[in-house]
Design a protein around this ligand. Structure first.
Ligand code: ADP
Length: 453
């Protein structure tokens, strides 16, 4: 097992990694930018190293500074969290070259899944159902038109290097395709330095359902159920729940087993998430994330696993200590991503937290890295914490969420807590009747009007 883990991240996930390491008896090193010297993960780690100025490019993405921090502290492993360098194959490779373990999959698997065209090709070869679309990238507009007519409009033009919903454009009819191609290519070039795009059938009212998997690199792999992340704003997940209100047990077992079997064949090592769109009883692969995800706690709540502990054990070379049949998923869990943003305009609201009172009680978990008197810096994403609840049934979880949200107090900055208070009281949400467009429609129809506080 490792002796010292360097946490190459910040915020709530840095704290989450630290907690797992401590419970395994492993020493921790926090790294931070000059803007984060007062951060919780820095205060709680055994050691800390300042790695640069506030811009992420010069600190949390600064590979030489991170290597130096490993060297100075003698860390023998690095956990990248999510975002930043978590899906950077080069970083994983450099660490391995320096005899430092990367807590994540092999650079090869990161690379394959990081290129969406390559990922889709691999998924198809592994027997995972995919959205109908182009076989690979499309460079020629005439060829794109032929493929689009073949799969049928509407189609979606997507960037091979895509992420965060950028470089995606819908063409509802043939006349819109040339412009969609041009805009998607330009956006992809600007955002990722790569203008390769591909085509997919545009699904009208799908749900976003993803499968959590764990593989040990020795050919053992399991799935840990699904998460329904259909409530999104601008392709960013807002609230997640498990199990999905849309799936029955047969569908769940079937897609879960397809994913686990694919990971066995791939000899995948680590935690990963296989993302699907789900419509009319069918699953369509969209991408795989080769890292821990923001919404992992809901899976932990219903499985009893600590996914971070599993990641660390797997990276140290240990085989999975359980088989699929040993996993039992119980009850229902829901997560709200609480951002320091205005709940109506979604404008970021950095600043000092004057008063902080998180909820507690049975079945309530708060993964946050803020405290009273802490100042949220303006340089990073606006996630301040996650409220996760668990109940024996979906109704129990919803009622628990409602009372936990009502207990939660964050003063001094705006947060999206009022949005969740409105959602948990909404009839569609209570019925589980929502797709990936539901939240945008709710907001456009003025669902939050007059509910700022
Ligand atoms: P990114 O990596 O940029 O987040 P994804 O491929 O994961 O891109 O897609 C992000 C979101 O875009 C999905 O959750 C879904 O809301 C929407 N989306 C992606 N592909 C399709 C499609 N073929 N049809 C309809 N919506 C899609």
């Amino acid at each position: 097992m490792f002796e010292k883990i360097l946490i190459a991240n910040r915020g709530e996930i840095a704290l989450r990694i630290l907690r797992a390491a401590k419970e395994l008896g492993i020493a921790t090193v926090a790294v931070h930018s000059t803007a984060d010297s007062e951060a919780m993960h820095v205060k709680l780690a055994d050691e800390s190293v300042c790695i640069g100025p506030p811009p992420a490019r010069e600190s949390y993405l600064n590979i030489p500074a991170l290597l130096a921090a490993c060297e100075i502290t003698g860390a023998d492993a690095v956990h990248p969290g999510y975002g930043f360098l978590s899906e950077n194959a080069k970083f994983a490779e450099i660490l391995v070259d320096h005899n430092i373990a990367f807590i994540g999959p092999s650079p090869e698997h990161i690379r394959i899944m990081g290129d969406k065209i390559e990922a889709k090709r691999t998924a198809r070869a592994l027997g995972i159902p995919c959205v109908p679309g182009s076989e690979g990238g499309v460079t020629d507009d005439d060829e794109a038109m032929r493929i689009a007519e073949d799969i049928g409009f509407p189609v979606l033009v997507k960037a091979a290097a895509g992420g965060g919903g950028r470089g995606m454009k819908v063409a509802r009819a043939a006349i819109e395709l040339p412009e969609a191609l041009a805009v998607a290519r330009a956006e992809a070039k600007a955002a990722f330095g790569d203008d390769a795009v591909y085509l997919e059938k545009y699904l009208d009212k799908p749900r976003h359902i993803e499968i959590q998997i764990l593989g040990d690199g020795h050919g053992n792999a399991v799935h840990v159920g699904e998460r329904d992340c259909s409530l999104q704003r601008r392709h960013q997940k807002v609230l997640e729940e498990t199990p999905s209100p849309a799936l029955n047990q047969d569908e769940r077992n079937r897609i879960g087993e397809i994913c686990a079997e694919a990971m066995r064949k791939l000899k995948y090592s680590g935690a990963g998430t296989i993302e699907f769109l789900y419509e009319n009883g069918e699953f369509f692969f969209i991408e795989m994330n080769t890292r821990i995800q923001v919404e992992h706690p809901i899976t932990e709540m219903i499985s009893g696993l600590d996914l971070l502990v599993e990641q660390i054990k797997i990276a140290s070379g240990a085989p999975l200590s359980f088989a699929q049949a040993d996993l039992e998923l119980r009850g229902h869990a829901i997560e709200c991503r609480i951002n320091a943003e205005n709940p109506v305009t979604f404008r970021p609201s950095p600043g000092k937290i004057l008063y902080y009172h998180p909820p507690g009680g049975v079945g309530v978990r708060v993964d946050a890295a803020v405290y009273q008197g802490y100042t949220i810096p303006p340089y990073y994403d606006s996630l301040v914490g996650k409220l996760i609840v668990q109940g024996r049934t979906r109704i129990e979880a919803l009622m628990r969420l409602r009372r936990a949200l009502d207990e939660f107090i964050v003063d001094g900055v705006d947060t999206t807590l009022p949005l969740f208070r409105a959602l948990v009281r909404n009839a569609d949400i209570q019925d589980g009747a929502y797709d990936i467009h539901w939240l945008e429609n709710f907001l456009a129809k003025g669902g939050m009007d007059g509910l700022e506080s």
